[in-house]
Design a protein around this ligand. Sequence first.
Ligand SMILES: [Zn+2]
Length: 183
Amino acid sequence: MPDYPRFIVDSMLGHVARWLRLLGYDTLYFRDIEDWKLLKIAEEEDRILLTRDLGLFRRARKRGLRALFIEDPSIERVLALLSARYGIRLEFEKHDTRCPECNAKLRYTTSLVELSGKVSSYIATKYKEFWVCSSCGKVYWQGRHWKSIEKSLEIARYERAKIQSRLKPREKAVSMGNLDESA
Ligand SMILES: [Zn+2]
């Protein structure tokens, strides 16, 4: 399981936290927290700060913290940017995912015994794979929203490719320059 990168997001980016947790990344999010506390935790726990607040972003950079100012409302483009910049994977790994609600690691299970009483018999017969939160006890399965999650990840991978192709021409120019010099 990748313990890094780890993130902390500001109170406006709860949806980004849920996505990062789903993808397995340790991400802190507080509905209500003062800026100085966010900065303190980011510093002490070596977390990348994601924020929609330009002032907070600048303060973080001034303190030498890793931070990213997020203004794009598209979650797909945000994930693409995080992947291009910090190398996060844009695939769901069933054995490496976290609770979108509380950030604890989820345990994968196919055992219905383990789930008894936690899901309805309809869900228990319809689905074969489940994830149990080790902390808050919530149980997850790939329900009817799963298709839209996979679609978003597909779009995010496409957006990442676009970002990477924009970066490439410069790299090529550098290596061409080197060839010229050695000739
Ligand atoms: Zn949980």
